[in-house]
Design a binder for this molecule. Structure first.
Ligand code: FAD
Length: 434
């Protein structure tokens, strides 16, 4: 083995993507792995997300057809999802909160079929049911428990927290190490950047990599909330326990409504959160050369198709919010944080809804697509179908940034699926080069 091959593969960022790729590489004792995390704890967003587990719809993953990413299609995604450790806990009616129960009842009354397995059902355009959460025995099961813990004290894997990577050190387009914010240089066999959709493009730019697609194409699911003043204090330990999937007039399975059992510590407020899941609007992580930092601009609802779907989502969510099931648990439903009763939505015009949505819209915390995977001949693609940064050697990306488009799902499990596939490709590449 050459001296360079004995150096560690440095994985930057210990979130959903980074922990999976570091752990899967370290499962091969011939590969040395160093996982660097800027925060004081590992886990990234998987440690603080709402645990809603979902795979998305089958045609969300036809990336070979839609983006010329060879080998990326539903069949491959489905097999990878199926091979992943099953950590989904189906919320039981006895565990569900009052908002969860009211949401499912209201949706069924509105004609949505009751679906027991909305989380894993990648074909039905409609369904209402309790969520599947990434938890076991009542506690969160993040990528740490699923992927890192089984490695035990394996000696070929080192982990450092509070290690802020400033840049990847490149020599003639080849990644040879990383530089930490304090100046320390760490030599590497190769570098896998997994800093998340907002930080990864900034890190690449700071490293002097300048493909035009870096930062461009950023997406999130646009969402809004209708808040409920509950008649009785929330009792369930489950934060979000039910999900409804339906279709807008022009789309399929492109609207989700989730129940938030409590919005604050008083336990006296809940909410219905609606999201448009098929997203056309795209933004950018803008890089500021002088400061070496980036600003995320999502441009949500800049595409008319997203505004149309959002209108349908608003009317559908109001229908659920004004149902008997919700009235039984909530004395009032509010359309904004100023306390405006949501009744005005009953006969609102398209224009009124558009204006309201533009004021209320927020991100779903599903930032992705800022360093998209694509064909090597596509100028705007940042990584190829093997997650290699195009025109660079020994440099890979493996996080939400490389999704070419958002799936119609909360993004944790899709990122874990992608990270599993990228890990397999990396293992193959590393075994060929050793
Ligand atoms: C509040 C919240 C709620 C969510 N709820 C859900 C949900 O219920 N269900 C779901 O499926 N998805 C949910 N998501 C989304 C999902 O968790 C993310 O899409 C997914 O975890 C992203 O994984 P990632 O690897 O791309 O990034 P992350 O998991 O964010 O990991 C990136 C890591 O890189 C580290 N890092 C960044 N810069 C550097 C640097 N310079 N040096 C070293 N380390 C660095 C970060 O600290 C972080 O640990 C939620 C997200 C949030 C934030």
């Amino acid at each position: 083995m050459s001296a360079r091959n004995q150096l560690p593969i440095v994985v930057v960022g210990a979130g959903s993507g980074g922990v999976v790729v570091a752990s899967r590489l370290a499962a091969d004792p011939s590969i040395s792995v160093l996982l660097l995390e800027s925060r004081s704890a590992l886990g990234g967003s998987s440690l603080r997300n709402y645990m809603v587990g979902m795979t998305g719809m089958h045609d969300d993953y036809e990336w070979e057809r839609d983006f010329r990413c060879t080998g990326w299609n539903w069949d491959a995604a489905r097999k990878t999802f199926a091979a992943m450790p099953d950590i989904l806990h189906a919320v039981q009616p006895s565990e569900a909160g009052q908002v969860d129960v009211a949401l499912v009842e209201a949706a069924v009354a509105a004609g949505i079929p009751r679906g027991e397995h909305v989380a894993r059902d990648s074909y039905s355009n409609q369904g209402a049911g309790f969520c599947s959460l990434t938890m076991r025995n009542g506690v969160r099961h993040s990528v740490l428990e699923t992927y890192l813990a089984p490695l035990g004290n394996q000696t070929n894997m080192s982990v450092r927290v509070n290690a802020v990577v400033d840049s990847v050190v490149m020599e003639a387009a080849r990644a040879v190490g990383v530089r930490l914010a304090g100046g320390e240089y760490i030599e590497a066999r190769g570098v896998v950047v997994c800093a998340g959709a907002l930080a990864t493009p900034v890190l690449l730019r700071r490293s002097g990599i300048d493909r035009p697609g870096i930062g461009v194409g950023l997406q999130d699911h646009p969402s809004f909330a209708m808040t409920m003043a509950l008649r009785q204090q929330q009792q369930s330990a489950i934060r979000i326990g039910a999900n409804v999937r339906t279709s807008s007039q022009k789309g399929n399975a492109d609207i989700h409504v989730l129940s938030l059992n409590e919005t604050d510590e008083s336990g006296m407020f809940g909410a219905l959160i609606a999201g448009v899941m098929r997203v056309y609007s795209r933004g950018e992580v803008k890089y500021d050369l002088a400061s070496g930092t980036g600003v995320a601009m999502f441009n949500q609802l800049s595409d008319e198709r997203d505004r149309e779907a959002m209108r349908d989502a608003a009317r559908f969510t109001y229908k659920l919010a004004s149902s008997n099931s919700v009235s039984r648990i909530a004395g009032a439903v509010l359309s904004d944080t100023d306390g405006t009763p949501a009744q005005w939505l009953s006969d609102a015009t398209d224009n009124e809804i558009d204006n309201w949505v533009l004021r209320q819209v927020g991100a779903y915390s599903h930032a992705a697509c800022s360093c998209a995977m694509g064909n090597s001949s596509d100028d705007m693609a940042v990584v190829n179908a093997r997650a290699e940064v195009i025109e660079c050697q020994n440099l890979w990306l493996c996080d939400a940034s490389i999704l070419p488009t958002l799936p119609r799902a909360n993004t944790h499990l899709p990122v874990v699926m992608v990270a599993n596939r990228v890990s397999e490709m990396l293992l193959e590449t590393l075994s060929e080069s050793s």
